[in-house]
Design a protein around this ligand. Sequence first.
Ligand SMILES: Cc1cc2nc3c(=O)[nH]c(=O)nc-3n(C[C@H](O)[C@H](O)[C@H](O)COP(=O)(O)OP(=O)(O)OC[C@H]3O[C@@H](n4cnc5c(N)ncnc54)[C@H](O)[C@@H]3O)c2cc1C
Length: 323
Amino acid sequence: MSQDIAVVVEHLGGKIADVAFEMLGKGRELAKATGGRLLALAAGQGLAGLVKELGAADAVLLCQGAGLEPYTPDAHQKAFAAAVKARAPRVTLVANTTMGMDLGAGLAAELGWPLVAYCRDARLEGGTLVATSQIYGGKLLAEAQVAGEHAIVSMLAGSSPAEAGRATGAPAVEEIAAPAAGPQRVRFKRLIQPAAGDVDITREGVLVSVGRGIQSKDNIPVVEELAQALGGTVSASRPIVDQGWLPKTRQVGKSGMTVKPRLYVAVGISGAPEHLEGMRGAELIVAVNTDANAPIFNVAHYGVVGDLFEVLPLLTEKIKSSA
Ligand SMILES: Cc1cc2nc3c(=O)[nH]c(=O)nc-3n(C[C@H](O)[C@H](O)[C@H](O)COP(=O)(O)OP(=O)(O)OC[C@H]3O[C@@H](n4cnc5c(N)ncnc54)[C@H](O)[C@@H]3O)c2cc1C
């Protein structure tokens, strides 16, 4: 049985997804525990340029071909299945993203290996793989002890630091033959980019996020002023976007963006699981809410139980005067 750990590297438009670096960091931890190698697997076309960013891996397995760009689940499943089966890694990490959910499930079915999905963590305890999976939309965490010699684990974005898997270098590269074209049950039609011109909240270091506690669109300047004082950007919970008070590009959460700023200030946000899914990876979380029992306080490092209309102007003033 191989003790290697494999990581499927997700990429789009020539850019490696942050979650891939997160998994390379996690994969390195697992490889240390098994004593095996860390393998990065990527499929697509014109991937040579990406390899130097995968220095955290001991080896990179590349499968290139016209049929593999853009991503489709059937083609990528076929590309990876044979390679993974031949190397039989102890654990294969796949991102729990729109792409990875299809791929992880497809690989598990094809290889007959167990899949643990929606994972926040994976570790080896005395040789047993233990995966922490988020269930019931994030309300519960379940620990799965995975029997067998191989397993596929799909990791939620934001579960571990991407820095741990970011390393430049020249890992050994092995080219894998592209599979013959087969039936495509899912076809790629077009990529819809977010509205141009708006900020990319996934790249912002400071976010002040506004929720339904703000009550009206007319009150949003209260939050904008705090964001400005902090040198940050305004983001939002879904109801704010659904009402058209802020653009979709600002939505944090399950059906919005996953963000990992240095500072996330949640203002009048209850902390529903679908919201937490998009921001619990923030380095420092501060919450302002009138309800002391709001779930946001379970993830916040600092909290103010109070009325945002009283707290925010005071906070903004304080920050401005100390700048
Ligand atoms: C499939 C699916 C996908 C979803 N995707 C997302 C997503 O991507 N992002 C997302 O955010 N949600 C998402 N949701 C919705 C989610 O379930 C919640 O409904 C939503 O996050 C609640 O937003 P909120 O916290 O702003 O509002 P509420 O839950 O209504 O909370 C408002 C909070 O404001 C506080 N408050 C009220 N007045 C004040 C005041 N004056 N000062 C301070 N605090 C005050 C209240 O105590 C309360 O805690 C999704 C739901 C589903 C089913």
